[in-house]
Write a protein that binds this ligand. Structure first.
Ligand SMILES: Nc1ncnc2c1ncn2[C@@H]1O[C@H](COP(=O)(O)OP(=O)(O)OP(=O)(O)O)[C@@H](O)[C@H]1O
Ligand SMILES: [Mg+2]
Length: 341
């Protein structure tokens, strides 16, 4: 059964709690590099454009982009991740410092390069993306360091966000330690999952796969909305989740709850310039909303609104709390609030 929920002013007041939220963000951190170029001719060496770089922009990516989104929304992210002992890693740390995000819990692995995704963009069109990465699983020594860092974590956390890009940081042991920690402290554990085996995410609060990631997870192609509901609820039951948020690009998102309910939110994007990092914004706002006490459909509404804002910006974008509030006001989401007596 499809149903639609609109946040009330009471629920939206939860946005004012965002600035006090402490969120642990664990996952695959990366550096996003954008080369903004102009093309004037085709190369004599091969039928490819010659891109003259006018400007290079560096932005925290992956789990670091989740931390960045939480920061710009006023929250306090505690970022845990792994970089290599290389210049890309140093650049990522510099960008984190600029964004006022602590790099104290970023571990260095001399055995792997820092994940770097370089985009070549000419006249607002992406011409190519060049990836540098090593996706082998974290060594046991680094995993132990990670677990040790977790033990030292303050208990004043309001939520846990796990951004798993399958780059090797998020081991099953680490996942289960984080999930156990979150469950024992009664805080939401929101995970952006990857891969075809979700057993490792057992007992998380919410997973946020996109549509094709969901198909991969259930080893089936989805051909009807009914099948989506049935298979989604089966996955919730199998993994003992509280809910599932399936993001659907231009179709918005579908929310499934362990009580069997389904709710669909259409995208709020007005103009789409760049979808890079939209999934990171969804998980950040969803986790902040839930940590602030919103239910899953309402938190997803906010997350979907926020994603609609960032896809209207170029590059790996973030948004501020004021931008989110302003958009919600403009959409007159407050009109359902009963008059104050
Ligand atoms: N083409 C689009 N048009 C409108 N809205 C979009 C579009 N792409 C993404 N969105 C918005 O962003 C949200 C997340 O997008 P999507 O489902 O593509 O996630 P994703 O594939 O995980 O993204 P990412 O590439 O960042 O991992 C959607 O739920 C929607 O609100
Ligand atoms: Mg994604």
């Amino acid at each position: 059964m499809t149903d639609s929920t609109t946040p009330t002013a009471h629920n939206l007041a939860c946005l004012d709690k965002f600035p006090g939220l402490n969120l642990l963000v664990a996952g695959d951190v990366m550096l996003d590099e954008f080369h903004w170029c102009t093309v004037t001719r085709i190369s004599p060496e091969a039928p490819v454009p010659i891109c003259k770089v006018n400007r290079t922009e560096l932005v925290p990516g992956g789990a670091a982009n989740v931390a960045h989104n939480i920061k710009t929304l006023g929250g306090n992210p505690q970022l845990l991740g792994v970089i290599g002992a290389d210049s890309t890693g140093n650049k990522l740390i510099q960008e984190l410092h600029k964004a006022k995000i602590s790099a104290d819990n970023i571990l260095k692995d001399p055995e792997r390069p820092t994940t770097l995704k370089s985009r070549i963009i000419a006249h607002h069109q992406q011409v190519a993306r060049v990836d540098r990465e090593d996706v082998s699983t974290l060594s046991e020594a680094l995993e132990s360091q990670f677990l040790y860092k977790l033990k030292l974590f303050p208990s004043n956390l309001h939520g846990i966000v796990i951004s798993d890009y399958l780059k090797g940081t998020i081991t099953p042991k680490l996942l289960q330690t984080l999930i156990k920690f979150g469950r024992s402290h009664h805080i939401p554990i929101v995970i952006d999952p990857k891969g075809d085996d979700y057993k490792k995410y057992h007992h998380a609060t919410v997973l946020t796969p996109n549509f094709s990631e969901f198909e991969l997870a259930i080893h089936q192609k989805i051909t009807s909305e009914e099948q989506l509901t049935t298979e989604g609820l089966k996955l919730i039951e199998k993994l003992q989740l509280d809910g599932l948020v399936i993001t659907r690009s231009e179709k918005g998102a579908t929310i499934l709850n362990k009580n069997g309910s389904r709710c669909d939110v259409p995208t709020k994007a007005k103009e789409v310039y760049d979808i890079t990092g939209a999934g990171d914004t969804v998980i950040s706002v969803l986790a902040m909303g839930m940590a602030a006490g919103l239910d899953l459909p309402t938190a997803t509404h906010l997350a979907n609104e926020a994603a609609g804002i960032v896809v209207g910006k170029l590059g790996t974008a973030t948004l501020t709390l004021d931008e989110l509030k302003e958009t919600l006001h403009n959409e007159q989401l407050l009109k359902h609030e009963p008059p104050v007596s």
